[in-house]
Design a protein around this ligand. Structure first.
Ligand code: ZN
Ligand code: ZN
Length: 228
């Protein structure tokens, strides 16, 4: 232990390395610089100053990069907050309605995305619509789009399903939940055309089968069989 009245020589300029005329090489930028270009610190339990192995500029740069990454991550997590997302989408909706330049930009963006990868564009849009309606989705849009790439015709009516068209087209591909579970898994869906899907509506597979049989018996009673 130091005596209380002992002169504290550690604070004299000659003992502080940054006042010396020596140089040292920074481990980061590999430049040889005077000691005044290095920050000093006093480690706990040490008897003297110790110099950093990196220069002041490199330390500044290190913290600048860290700070930038931190702000970027914060901005990302902030934009993911539900209330911020809602506010932003409300803002975008009003801009879309009132600002023709913005609207044209948005439309061009969607046209481009649709042309680039119609299956993925379709998968993203349709899953967004389903999750808005309260579906829990157990797969990603890219998984769905890889399945969609193998489907070209409706498995029920056999018509060609054009990719990249809107739902106003009767042949447009849609997702059907076979048994209408709230949690949508890949084994519970099939890709059928818009017309077949709106005919099936929210029936399960068996309910639809029974309805079709009822329809056939009704038609036979009414018309005496299918009209030729
Ligand atoms: Zn450096
Ligand atoms: Zn169909």
């Amino acid at each position: 232990m130091l005596a209380i009245n002992a002169p504290c020589t550690n604070y004299l300029p000659s003992n502080i390395p940054c006042f010396s005329m020596e140089t040292r090489t920074c481990v980061v930028c590999k430049k040889e610089l005077p000691l005044s270009e290095f920050n000093r610190y006093w480690p706990i339990g040490s008897e003297t100053w110790v110099l950093n192995v990196y220069c002041k500029n490199c330390k500044k740069e290190y913290h600048r990069v860290r700070r930038f990454a931190y702000y970027k991550a914060y901005a990302k997590s902030y934009s993911q907050r539900p209330e911020v997302k809602a506010r932003q989408s409300e803002l975008n909706r009003s801009r879309y309605a009132n600002d023709p330049v913005f609207r044209e930009k948005q439309l061009a963006h969607h046209r481009k995305k649709k042309l680039e990868n119609p299956h993925l564009y379709w998968a993203k849009r349709t899953l967004k619509r389903h999750s808005k309606n309260g579906c829990v989705i157990a797969f990603t849009p890219s998984e769905l789009s890889s399945i969609a790439k193998k489907v070209n015709t409706c498995p029920i009516c056999g018509r060609l399903m054009p990719w990249g068209t809107s739902l106003r087209n009767n042949n447009a591909p849609t997702i059907d939940r076979i048994n209408n579970f709230d949690k949508m898994g890949l084994e519970d869906i099939m890709i059928i055309c818009h017309k077949c899907n709106t005919t099936k509506q929210n029936r399960t597979f068996n309910e639809m089968y029974n309805w079709c049989q009822k329809f056939i018996s009704f038609a036979e009673k009414r018309n005496g069989g299918m009209r030729k």
